[in-house]
Every structure is written in structure tokens, then in C-alpha cells.
Design a protein around this ligand. Structure first.
Ligand code: KG4
Ligand code: ZN
Length: 349
């Protein structure tokens, strides 16, 4: 079954054709970064307008690259939540209209399920990274809007163990980069600059989640303290003998940001005894996160290829296929939702 996946929740207009939820046939991602760069962040109105301009050429290109017409597509899947409402509506309405006009099954997909699914996809000529991996495994879902440690029981059955109590990890990267005028998107720039810096230049504090490390917040993370320390209290945490270069600031910040995440993830590994971790989301592209996790040789850690960490249509087509093969369909009155109640602790989704 060939599914056309459409993604437009933030600042990438993306479409892909995926066969049987695994093999990517085409994957087109039109990034709006140059249009938002001058503002150091995503401007929702600009994002919606670009999606409106680009959605038709992007979907056409995905079909062209796959050497297909819409008649060769068996179903259409679109991101409908969470994200920027105007942006979501562009891709969703476009995809729903195509499905309606062509009498094809239509399925709406939660963007976060897409990120968690990305490692299941095989790029042309690529490997099956999930070969032999069985449920349950631990999921590390880290993006601009989410930081989630979860137990993945099935592609759509996610038990959230821990999440952020304030900022998402990607948001912290973006805000630090914005403050120091390093460029946009912040994560990629910080990752690059940190390679030439010394992580020992500052000793930033780790969050103390005061409701008790053994209780409610056992797997939760927090990034507002680190963000404030890096932005407003740099002198207080700076170590003698190190120059205050962007490279050193980035390296010390990144080191702490990754340590916060991994301290909770390793706790979840130890508590559950589950030794397979599958990462997803933009921050899963981070080189320090990847290298630090690789040091734990007792954990099998799977990261999607870099291209599939950030937003793309293939992950939506992949999840769409899983729903469709189960016989699920979304009704024609499905709309977009900016926020979702899924992926809160204690809820299975
Ligand atoms: O998954 P994504 O493309 O969009 C959301 O669903 O949010 O993630 C974007 C986030 C941004 O915060 C960006 O700064 C971060 O992922 N990011 C990174 C890296 N590449 C992207 N953060 C750290 N290191 C990276 N290499
Ligand atoms: Zn995303």
C-alpha cells in the first residue's frame, strides 16, 4: 500500500510517498528557514502563507519523484495536530480535498507519533534500523515543542513516563541561540559551535525537581533554569580560566542540556529494565546526545537518519499506513488542533 504523507505543522512544507509504512519512495521537504531566519524564530503568518504557496508544488514533486500520479496512491495521510493552526490547516485541508476528490481513504496523524515512528522508515538504499526490535521499547521524543520519555507499547500506544515541566529541550536551544544572536534554527548552530568549544567552561546547575526525585517527577525534565542560567547568570556559573566565547558557551550549555535528558532516560532504563531506546524529533539530530548515549553500550539506541529527525512527510505516511492497515479512517470533518491532551503523563495514547 502506497501512502502519500503530508506534513505542514510548522515551518517545513513536506510530502512523501511511503510503501507499506516502511520504504520511502520519495520525500520532498521545502524548508522555510530563510524566511523566518531574519526574525530568529518562526512567524506563524509567514509560515501559513508559504504553505499555501508551496503545498501544491511540493505534493506534485513528491509524486513526480516517485514516478506516480495520484491514481497510483492508495491513501492520503496528513498531520492534523499539534502545531501552528494556520500551518496545520493548509496541509490538512489540501490532503483531505485530494482524498475526497479521488475517493481515497484519508487519515489524520498526530505529529508526535510521526517523530516516534521515523526510525521505522527506510530511505532509498538505506538500512532497516528497527529490524529485530520489538515492543515495548523506550521512546525519547525531543523536539522544539516536546521533551518526552515514554514507554512505547505499539505505534499508537504511548505511556508517558516523564516530560518537561516548563520549556522543551529544543526550545531551550532556540532561545539560547536567539539571545546570543547565533542564528536560527538554534539547535543546529549550537551543535556546530559546541564542537569547537570546551564543555568544562561553565558548570550550569541541573534541575532539582523539588516534589521528590523518587515520586511524581522521577522522569521529568526542566529547562527554564538552565536557560536562565545561560542567558542571565553566565558569570555566576562560569569557570575561571575559560574565555567567554560563543563556542565555549554553546559547549557548556549543550553538555548540561543533554545530561538533564539522559539522567532521566537512564533512570527509566534502569527502573523498567527496557534496554532499547528509540529517539525521534529535531533534537535527536544532536551530535552530543548521540555520542553520550552511545557510551552506554548496554543500551541499544536507535536514532533516525538526520534527514528524518526533523519534520517530514514520510513519518506521517508511515504512521498513516499503520492506522489504515488496521482499518481506521478519519472522518471528513476532521479538523486541525494546535494543542493536544495526548502525551501527558498517565495517559495512554
Ligand atoms: O522536530 P522538529 O523539526 O520540529 C518540532 O516538531 O518542534 O524540531 C525542531 C527543533 C528545534 O528546536 C531545533 O533547534 C532542534 O529541533 N534541533 C536541534 C538540532 N537540530 C534541530 N537541537 C539540537 N541539536 C541539533 N543538531
Ligand atoms: Zn516536529
Amino acid at each position: 500500500m502506497r501512502v502519500l504523507g503530508i506534513e505542514s505543522s510548522c515551518d517545513e512544507t513536506a510530502a512523501a510517498i511511503v510503501e507499506d509504512g516502511k520504504q520511502i519512495i520519495s520525500n520532498v521537504i521545502a524548508t522555510q528557514i530563510p524566511f523566518h531566519q531574519i526574525y530568529n524564530g518562526v512567524v506563524p503568518e509567514i509560515a501559513s502563507r508559504k504553505h499555501a504557496e508551496w503545498i501544491l508544488p511540493v505534493v506534485s514533486q513528491a509524486l513526480e519523484q516517485a514516478n506516480m500520479t495520484l491514481d497510483d496512491v492508495d491513501a492520503i495521510a496528513c498531520t492534523n495536530r499539534p502545531g501552528l493552526i494556520g500551518s496545520l490547516l493548509m496541509g490538512l485541508t489540501f490532503g483531505k480535498t485530494l482524498a475526497w476528490a479521488k475517493n481515497k481513504p484519508f487519515i489524520a496523524v498526530n505529529h508526535m507519533l510521526g517523530h516516534l515512528y521515523a526510525s521505522n522508515l527506510i530511505l532509498p538504499g538505506g538500512d532497516d534500523l528497527m529490524a529485530g526490535v520489538e515492543y515495548p521499547y523506550l521512546g525519547l521524543l525531543v523536539s522544539g515543542g516536546h521533551s518526552i520519555i515514554c514507554k512505547v507499547n505499539d505505534f499508537d500506544n504511548i505511556e508517558v513516563l516523564g516530560t518537561t515541566i516548563d520549556d522543551a529541550v529544543g526550545e531551550a536551544f532556540d532561545k539560547v541561540a536567539k539571545f546570543y544572536n547565533l542564528g536560527y534554527p538554534g539547535g543546529v548552530v549550537i551543535d556546530r559551535l559546541a564542537k569547537n568549544g570546551d564543555a568544562r567552561a561553565a558548570k550550569f546547575p541541573m534541575p532539582k525537581l523539588d516534589k521528590g526525585e523518587s515520586g511524581e517527577h522521577r522522569y521529568d525534565v526542566s529547562y527554564s533554569g538552565l536557560k536562565t542560567a545561560v542567558i542571565n547568570q553566565l558569570d555566576q556559573f562560569w569557570c575561571e580560566g575559560y574565555e567567554k566565547t560563543n563556542e565555549n558557551i554553546c559547549a557548556a550549555f549543550q553538555e548540561t542540556a543533554v545530561r538533564i535528558l539522559l539522567s532521566r532516560l537512564f533512570r527509566a532504563v534502569d527502573d523498567t529494565g527496557i534496554k532499547t531506546v528509540v529517539a525521534g524529533g529535531g533534537v535527536a539530530a544532536n551530535s552530543r546526545l548521540r555520542s553520550m548515549l552511545a557510551e552506554r553500550t548496554d543500551i541499544k539506541c536507535i536514532f533516525p537518519p538526520l534527514k528524518l529527525c526533523t519534520d517530514n512527510g514520510a513519518m506521517i505516511a508511515g504512521v498513516g499506513y499503520r492506522f489504515l492497515e488496521r482499518g481506521d479512517r478519519s472522518p471528513w470533518d476532521t479538523t486541525a488542533c494546535a494543542r493536544v491532551t495526548e502525551f501527558k503523563r498517565g495517559l495512554k495514547k
